[in-house]
Ligand binder design. Structure first.
Ligand code: GCU
Length: 338
């Protein structure tokens, strides 16, 4: 991995340098504009497969002008760094979870609320309400980037080096959370000692005993190999946090109307592919974690976990009025799928 990062450095430096020069667009020998996308997952992850569909669609329709390059595994940096690169235009797109967007637009804090969605159906329906979500997606325009579409990142639960049955078992445990204020609040509310770290640091931190566990979907156990170092996964299901495909706003605004439509269609297609892949892969990930990695999946009494954080949604609404409207919108979907 280190060697790969070193090999990529010149390309990245060129991109960063280019982004600092007005009017510079990164072109390869054949004169095509290179479109760079960064993400944090492996090449077998549903998001990578969705992005391959994005690349294929762009190149099929605009191949004389654009070449899309996908950089997986945080090769261009962890989510926060990659968002900054997208902000400046050093790269064009990044996939990152909403937790990483909270510092740019605090409306995204809503997704860090524990037990926000009451069913996966409500979650999908709310995220697929594109007309509404497009208004949310415009909230980072001032920061210089815009969300184009969402990807399913499943349901998050806690996992650790020892079994967790109730939130009491989290007492005194250092649990990694995403680097966002609302994620820290959420884990502390469960009684853990929240430890914000970037995603790529989690494996080693658990291995070295710096933290006792983390919280994520099942694919983190397999695709990111966390199941090698944390053998107990408790289905407390506290969050459904979407990932977002984010594009540099100047790049998007610089496209012709027709090109923009094609990029939006490609983004939509990538979501359809990703959602299908997710459903296919999640059961398989569970089987691999259990049978090949020796991870024990624990079915817990979810109500006990819900009770432990019963006040958190209200607290968050009071401290950040900007989430109220989206929160209410999501509640309407919750009611619809009750
Ligand atoms: C999931 C999610 C990522 C996120 C990561 C994390 O893998 O898809 O977007 O960054 O969790 O917990 O950091």
């Amino acid at each position: 991995m280190k060697h790969l990062k070193r090999a990529l450095l010149p390309a990245l430096c060129a991109a960063v340098l280019c982004a600092s020069l007005p009017g510079c667009s990164i072109a390869v020998g054949n004169g095509k504009r290179i479109v760079r996308i960064s993400h944090a997952q492996s090449e077998t992850h549903p998001e990578h497969i969705g992005l391959l569909a994005f690349k294929e669609y762009i190149e099929e329709n605009l191949g004389d002008k654009y070449e899309v390059q996908i950089y997986p595994n945080e090769l261009l940096g962890g989510s926060q760094r990659a968002i900054e690169l997208t902000q400046t235009g050093a790269i064009d797109f990044v996939v990152a979870g909403t937790a990483n967007l909270e510092t740019f637009a605090d409306v995204y804090e809503v997704f860090s609320m524990p037990y926000l969605f009451t069913s996966e159906e409500a979650y999908h329906a709310a995220m697929e309400d594109t007309e509404y979500m497009n208004r949310v997606y415009a909230s980072t325009d001032e920061a210089g980037f815009r969300v184009l579409t969402w990807y399913n990142a499943g349901v998050r639960s806690f996992y650790a080096t020892k079994p967790l049955y109730t939130p009491d078992d989290l007492a005194g445990l250092k649990m990694r959370v995403q680097q966002s204020p609302a994620s820290i609040l959420m884990a502390n509310a469960f009684g853990a000692a929240a430890t914000p770290l970037s995603f790529g640091e989690v494996y080693t931190a658990i291995q070295q005993g710096v933290i006792n566990g983390a919280e994520n979907n099942e694919l983190a156990l397999t695709n990111n190999k966390h199941g090698e170092v944390a053998k107990y996964y408790s289905y407390n299901m506290h969050q459904m946090v979407p990932d977002m495909l984010i594009g540099n706003l100047k790049f998007l605004n610089g496209l012709t109307h027709e090109e923009l439509q094609i990029f939006l269609e490609a983004a939509r297609l990538s979501t359809e592919v990703e959602l299908g892949e997710w459903d296919k892969q999640v059961e398989g990930a569970k089987a691999i974690a259990q049978n090949d990695m020796g991870v024990q999946f624990i079915d817990v009494d979810i109500q006990v976990w819900k009770d432990a954080v019963a006040d958190v949604q209200q607290q968050m609404l009071e401290s950040n009025p900007n989430i109220q409207e989206l929160y209410d919108h999501i509640q309407a979907y919750n009611a619809q799928y009750e």
